[in-house]
Design a protein around this ligand. Structure first.
Ligand code: ACO
Length: 360
């Protein structure tokens, strides 16, 4: 029997949260093309309840999330103690998520509270890294507006909120991707939500998954700073056996539908922030990659530039991915725990056999 390496193409369970069937990403049946401008809170509600909220429910849900966007002083102090160079922000986040699950004042297994605390903690890590004071969420503003304010210290314009909202909606879930599957494995043991989320953050950190966005921008910076020809750079990288970050996808072999939408956001914000030269580079690389390999850009390719245009340091990009994906992780954790079945696959043993321990 040939084993499907990396579980490629293997359906391991059922879900009502999201689907990539026929390479179309849907959340509880709604195509992301139609959800891209929906408020993030509405999309989170959809993922958690598999239905859209009424106007009253949405308003209450938004209020609840924003009211939870605050961290106890003790938690801020603890995050401050672990936030120092040269720690990578994803390592700080990994510890922070675990830490949130151990502070007495954070109730366990309450998705709205957990999502709000995580967004606030991610923004706090950014502020602390930058040596800036922590900001406080504003009642009456939405979650995305508050989140940008908490990490940047500036109230964003409605246009910037709309752009970031689209980024958050498009990243919110993606059926059984590596980090979500990791969260589900831990959830299947009936471990608490913070344990599931800590494991998910660990899986997201790697360059073949969420860690790709940081490396995409590193590539763009290297090409721009050294004045190299982007096509030659990419050719050389591939000739030395390196993958080009931000290209390829396990599911989408003919293009990632999220990247199509995000390309437009990247083009617009790059123009508004005098970063067109990065977008031009991206276009050159994209065209060459398609000609040479038929690989398409994935979701991380354009978010790298978008986050840069939001003045974020590239080392924090994968934390942004985690901020958006926490909603989906929580939906899957709840679904998996309700199912009550332990995930425990089998393996084919290919090591030595018939050995005997020598008698001494
Ligand atoms: N650059 C160069 N070649 C690539 C790339 C790439 N980015 N992606 C795939 N290939 C090549 C592989 O080397 C392989 O070639 P081969 O058949 O000659 O060995 C072939 O295309 C198939 O690739 P696989 O890695 O087997 O495809 P898989 O479905 O397992 O991988 C993955 C998908 C991991 C995303 C891969 O495309 C990759 O490593 N991309 C770069 C990292 C990245 O951008 N990750 C983010 C993914 S999106 C997300 O997680 C949110």
């Amino acid at each position: 029997m040939e084993l499907p390496k990396g579980l490629a193409g293997v359906v391991v369970d059922q879900t009502k949260v999201s689907s990539t069937k026929n390479a179309v990403l849907t959340y509880a049946g709604y195509p992301i093309k139609e959800l891209k401008d929906a408020p993030f809170e509405e999309v989170v509600f959809l993922l958690w309840h598999t239905r859209l909220p009424s106007a009253d429910e949405l308003s209450e849900f938004r209020k609840r999330l924003v009211s939870e966007m605050v961290l106890p002083e003790k938690t801020v102090q603890l995050i401050t103690r672990i936030t120092y160079e040269p720690q990578h922000p994803m390592s700080i986040l990994r510890t922070t998520v675990s830490l949130l699950g151990t502070t007495n004042d954070v109730k366990r297994d309450d998705p709205p509270r957990i999502l709000a605390k995580l967004l606030t903690a991610i923004a706090a890590i950014i502020r602390i890294r930058d040596g800036q004071p922590i900001k406080h969420a504003q009642k009456g503003w939405g979650v995305v507006e508050n989140f940008i304010y908490l990490f940047s210290g500036q109230r964003p314009t409605p246009e910037r909120v709309a752009m970031f909202n689209t980024v958050m909606v498009l990243h919110a879930d993606h059926e059984f991707n590596a980090s979500t599957f990791t969260a589900r494995v831990v959830a299947s043991t009936q471990a608490d939500y913070y344990s599931c989320l800590t494991a998910a953050v660990c899986a997201l950190k790697g360059p073949l998954h969420g860690g790709a966005n940081e490396r995409v921008f590193k590539m763009l910076e290297t090409i721009r700073d050294t004045g190299q020809d982007p096509v030659q750079y990419v050719k050389d990288q591939m000739a030395s056996g390196h993958k080009i970050m931000g290209f390829g996808h396990r599911i989408y072999k003919n293009g990632d539908p999220r990247a199509v939408i995000l390309r437009e956001v990247a083009r617009k914000i790059a123009h508004e922030t005098d970063n067109d030269s990065y977008f031009v580079l991206q276009e050159q690389i994209k065209d060459y990659m398609f000609k040479a390999t038929h690989l398409h850009p994935n979701v991380d390719y354009y978010t790298a530039l978008i986050y840069h245009c939001f003045d974020l340091d590239k080392q924090t990009f994968t934390m942004m991915f985690a901020a958006c994906r926490t909603a989906g992780w929580l939906a899957h954790i709840v679904e998996q725990q309700a199912e009550g079945c332990l995930i425990r696959p089998s393996s084919e043993y290919v090591g030595e056999t018939n050995r005997h321990y020598p008698s001494r």
